[in-house]
Design a protein around this ligand. Structure first.
Ligand SMILES: *[C@@H]1O[C@H](CO)[C@@H](O)[C@H](O)[C@H]1NC(C)=O
Length: 254
């Protein structure tokens, strides 16, 4: 009797699933990408996913037809949600560790702790070619970049666990004072180190950051996590125990 009831129930559930909620492959795509979604919405979401997964890399500008879609992604809440998800995972992971005195989490600065969306929103969300002079003049030197809100929350929670914070940035050493002031203004009040790049240093980002992480290890720190919006901040040597890639669909740093 039990068997019969189970059998009937299984058939019922299976037939309902089959009838209602599963579509068969191949998905029907010839006339569009579903209710309300434009070709650009869908194709540009694929572009962003491929950028995050590093299947697309080395680009100088985002596709022109993705400007609107990127603006909607950044301003519309999805960017913040993606940023929140990654930051939460950093914290969940760190909470499970037995934090030692020499444990550090490394954060990149621009696009990771300080938001440069105010700049990029004025410059085509990455569709304009990057101009470092203009970026410094209009953004870095002003020193009033806001925090990326989800990173700030995570930063405070990590400090609460007893983790030390290292900021490792490609900004040059002549930007030290303005960067420190900006970090404080944005709510990042304490750190173990802020490492900036010497102007004479010709290394690319991967080399420079690998070398600096190596120095930290030599000094006795344990890098429990490295958090950045660019793969070039995460790749290379001395990666630490874990890497966390924050979203950034607007630019790619080699
Ligand atoms: C970069 O920006 C500076 C300052 O705004 C400007 O003078 C210069 O012409 C720009 N360079 C290019 C290649 O657009």
């Amino acid at each position: 009797m039990k068997f019969v009831v189970f059998f009937v129930a299984t058939v019922l559930v299976a037939s309902q699933c089959h009838g209602a909620s599963f579509r068969s492959f191949p998905l029907q795509m010839p006339t569009g990408y579903g209710a309300g979604a434009s070709y650009d919405d869908v194709r540009c979401a694929s572009w962003r996913l491929a950028v995050e997964a590093q299947n697309i890399f080395g680009f100088q500008t985002i596709p022109e037809r993705c400007v609107e879609s990127t603006a909607a992604y950044i301003e519309g809440g999805q960017y913040q949600s993606d940023s929140k998800t990654v930051n939460q995972q950093v914290f969940f992971y760190a909470s499970d560790l037995k934090i030692q005195d020499n444990d550090v989490v490394i954060f990149n600065v621009d696009g990771t702790v300080l938001s440069n969306v105010p700049y990029y929103s004025q410059h085509g969300y990455g569709s304009e070619k990057f101009n470092s002079t203009r970026y410094d003049e209009e953004f870095v030197n002003k020193g009033d970049a806001p925090a990326l809100p989800e990173t700030l929350i995570n930063y405070n929670k990590l400090l609460g666990l007893g983790v030390k914070i290292v900021f490792l940035t490609g900004r040059l050493t002549d930007k030290k004072a303005v960067t420190e002031a900006n970090l404080r203004k944005a709510g990042f009040h304490t750190w173990e180190k802020l490492i900036l790049k010497e102007p004479s240093n010709n290394q690319n980002s991967v080399e420079y950051k690998s070398t600096e992480r190596g120095r930290l290890v030599q000094q006795g720190y344990r890098i429990i996590a490295n958090v950045a919006d660019q793969w070039s901040s995460l790749k290379g040597r001395n990666q630490g125990l874990r890497s966390f890639k924050l979203p950034n669909p607007m630019y790619y740093i080699q």
